[in-house]
Design a protein around this ligand. Structure first.
Ligand SMILES: [Zn+2]
Length: 253
């Protein structure tokens, strides 16, 4: 896999708990996600942060930073953009502007027990949901993995107690350049995911692909423990705002 110099890969692992013994209330038939979003940070992180801290902000940059902060203040109600920026040390990480539809390859078949080709449909449906949230990001499915910017693979289960994992890489301008999603056919403790759980899991992971991070709000698809099956208004509002902000660190005062 080709990476731009200075790229940084973050990984998000999610636990999808199916155990009915969990005391948390869930929607009928819904699944629980319990997250261990482990940030795996490439060796370049230190130098990236150093150059950020050492940057000299010009007057023009300061003015635009003030505009960005004002925009966030004006528009953050009903979003969890604040949680994301906190997690990202006040950097906006997302796909760059002016892109043609992002190419997505979903592994069509896997030599995995209980793999159901309908899972592919679940994941496609999840991409279509994110395609329609009102951001400039759109997706097109491709048959050749070599042509894809986003890859979705299947595994039997994770050795860690997680059910899905997303990694993305970004370039020096903080724009995402590629993403890889791995989805498990079985929960860590052995139960097979059904199609609806798979779609919910895919919705969550594609949220990471878009550049979202976790939120403490249980009604969001990006909650560490996902109890919902569809996007909430705040998911749509947050991702729209993310794509209205310029890519990169927001300089502080
Ligand atoms: Zn996650």
């Amino acid at each position: 896999m080709k990476r731009a110099p200075g790229s940084l890969v973050l990984a998000f692992g999610v636990v999808l708990l199916s155990a009915p013994s969990r005391s948390l209330p869930t929607l009928p038939g819904s699944s629980l996600h319990s997250a261990v979003a482990a940030g795996i940070v490439g060796r370049e992180l230190d130098s990236v942060l150093e150059s950020r801290n050492g940057v000299v902000t010009s007057a023009a940059e300061a003015a635009s930073a003030a505009e960005v902060r004002r925009k966030i203040q004006d528009d953050e109600a009903g979003t969890y953009i604040g949680e994301i920026l906190l997690e990202r040390d006040s950097a906006v990480v997302r796909w760059p502007d002016g892109q043609p539809p992002l190419t997505v390859w979903i592994q069509p078949w896997a030599r995995v027990t209980d793999f159901d080709p309908a899972f592919v449909d679940s994941v496609q449906a999840a991409f279509k949901v994110w395609d329609n949230v009102g951001t400039p990001v759109h997706f097109v499915f491709v048959h050749d993995s070599a042509d894809a910017q986003i890859h979705v693979h299947w595994i039997d289960h994770f050795d860690q107690p997680i059910s899905g994992r997303t990694k993305w890489a970004r370039d020096d301008s903080w724009a995402i350049t590629e993403a890889n999603v791995v989805l498990a056919v079985h929960h860590n403790e052995g139960a097979t995911l059904d199609e609806e759980s798979m779609k919910a899991l895919a919705l969550h992971e594609i949220g990471h692909v878009m550049g979202l991070d976790h939120t403490s709000d249980d009604l969001s698809i990006m909650a560490p423990r996902v109890r919902v099956r569809s996007l909430a208004d705040e998911d749509r509002a947050t991702v729209r705002l993310l794509y209205e902000l310029p890519v990169g660190p927001i300089p502080r005062d």
